[in-house]
Design a protein around this ligand. Structure first.
Ligand SMILES: *[C@@H]1O[C@H](CO)[C@@H](O)[C@H](O)[C@H]1NC(C)=O
Ligand SMILES: *[C@@H]1O[C@H](CO)[C@@H](O)[C@H](O)[C@H]1NC(C)=O
Length: 403
């Protein structure tokens, strides 16, 4: 098997401290200045108001939020939209496709006060009051459980306090939906602070996902977990060697395909060429992947293997940590705020069977689920797809107006 040595060499390369680089994806096509601009710089450049805020969690993580308080011409209607990114993504994902396609801009133009969160550990929120992410392994001892249980509620409280509102419209993509389900089930009092939640490519159950790279990670998750602990690997930063090797194995030879395949995010999630706007590639590969902990990936690997939606499996330590041998399930019956789900047939991560099972498990809280009309729509097209505004965001926006 060629892939295991590749993964191991990645692991070892990372442990030697290859520095974080925004060029991880590929240097090709990165000639646009937008690739190097921060979120507020981009938003301002395109004529929208931008703000940056910081909030510290109860366990010391310093999280960065970005805000577009209103559109270029619209009047703020005192409604807050809170957008939460997925794995290896960041607040940038809601705006990097530009003013005609970015959901952050479209909502601002609709008069929403748009807040874009960043979970602990991505390159926007790689900071802590006492722990140093470069030298303290403890910084990285979290999965999306902590993002949902601590970070999202902390950010929502900050947003409500700052805006004087009592509820947000919560929109999540991928892990941004997982962290929502974690929050709404483990901190059920937060359901009252949600006008409605919109799940773009919902992820809770995962044993029908089809990503080849995630299957490989899942099949080695046991040994990888042990190895990661052993050598102190905690931050997930795939080396360009690894990703380029996988990319060249799995992908066609043209420049655009290679630029995407050699980007960790696209290598994991796949992409649909006809939904991909080549104009935005430089800014896209300049801002993704945005970093994560190894545990975030391992937690998903556990779900792929087990079929459960439950807390992190610490193996022999479960008894000490949870007082039981296996990790507790997330209690879906605690989730009460209305949820709208959007899924698609060509999504490598959010399998249709898993999405429907989640909606069924949520009972009345799952207000509706919608199949995206493009059969080729992939996991990242919810953010970057050319037709996303037309076939997806328009419906989200009209549903928001009803609540
Ligand atoms: C591609 O992106 C550019 C920059 O955001 C945008 O102006 C253009 O309309 C997009 N093309 C398509 C086909 O959506
Ligand atoms: C981390 O946060 C501290 C306290 O707010 C700040 O002084 C420091 O500049 C931040 N470091 C980075 C790398 O953002």
């Amino acid at each position: 098997m060629l892939v295991l040595p590749l993964i191991l060499s990645t692991v070892i390369t990372i442990s030697l401290g290859v520095p974080h680089s925004r060029q991880l994806g590929h240097p090709v096509l990165q000639d646009d200045e937008d690739a190097d601009l921060t979120v507020p710089e981009l938003v301002t450049k395109y004529g929208y108001p931008a703000e940056e805020h910081f909030v510290t969690t109860s366990d010391g993580y310093i999280l960065r939020l970005h805000r577009i308080p209103h559109g270029r011409t619209s009047h703020n209607k005192n409604k807050v939209a809170f957008l939460m990114h997925g794995l290896l993504c960041s607040s940038a994902d809601w705006i990097i496709t530009g003013t005609t396609h970015g959901l952050g801009y479209l909502l601002a133009d609709e008069g929403y006060d748009v807040w874009m969160g960043n979970g602990r550990g991505n390159h926007e929120s790689r900071n802590h009051t006492t722990l140093n992410p470069d030298t303290d392994a403890d910084f990285w001892h979290f999965s999306w459980h902590e993002i949902g249980n601590v970070d999202v509620p902390t950010m929502i409280d900050y947003v409500l306090e700052t805006t004087g509102q009592s509820q947000v419209y919560h929109i999540g993509h991928s892990q941004g939906t997982t962290s929502y389900y974690v929050m709404a089930s483990t901190r059920p009092e937060y359901n009252d602070k949600i006008a409605a939640h919109f799940s773009l490519a919902p992820i809770a159950y995962m044993n029908h996902m089809t990503s080849p790279l995630m299957h490989i990670v899942a099949s080695f998750s046991g040994p990888l977990d042990v190895l990661a602990e052993l050598i102190g690997l905690n931050e997930f930063l795939p080396s360009s060697d690894f990703i380029e090797a996988v990319g060249s194995l799995l992908c066609a030879d043209d420049e655009i395909t290679q630029a995407l395949c050699t980007n960790a995010l696209f290598a994991i999630c796949g992409f649909s060429p006809h939904e991909m706007n080549a104009t935005i590639l430089p800014v896209l590969t300049g801002h993704t992947p945005a970093g994560a902990s190894v545990r975030q990936l391992m937690h998903y690997a556990q779900e792929i293997n087990s079929g459960y939606f439950r807390e992190y499996d610490f193996g022999l330590d479960n008894l000490a940590i949870y007082g039981q041998l296996s990790p507790p399930d997330y209690d879906l019956s605690k989730i009460t705020a209305p949820i709208y789900m959007f899924y698609s047939h060509n999504d490598w991560m959010a399998g249709e069977t898993d999405v429907i099972k989640l909606c069924d498990g949520l009972g009345d809280a799952c207000a509706a689920h919608f199949l995206v009309s493009d059969d080729e729509f992939n996991h990242l097209d919810y953010l970057y797809g050319i037709s996303a505004p037309e076939i997806l965001y328009a419906r989200v926006i009209s549903l928001m107006a009803r609540h």
